[in-house]
Write a new protein. Structure first.
Length: 16
């Protein structure tokens, strides 16, 4: 499980 990709998808998600 890549947490790096998870962060990349969560960061922009919570920003919107």
């Amino acid at each position: 499980m890549s947490r790096t990709i998870l962060l990349r998808e969560t960061l922009p998600a919570i920003r919107e």
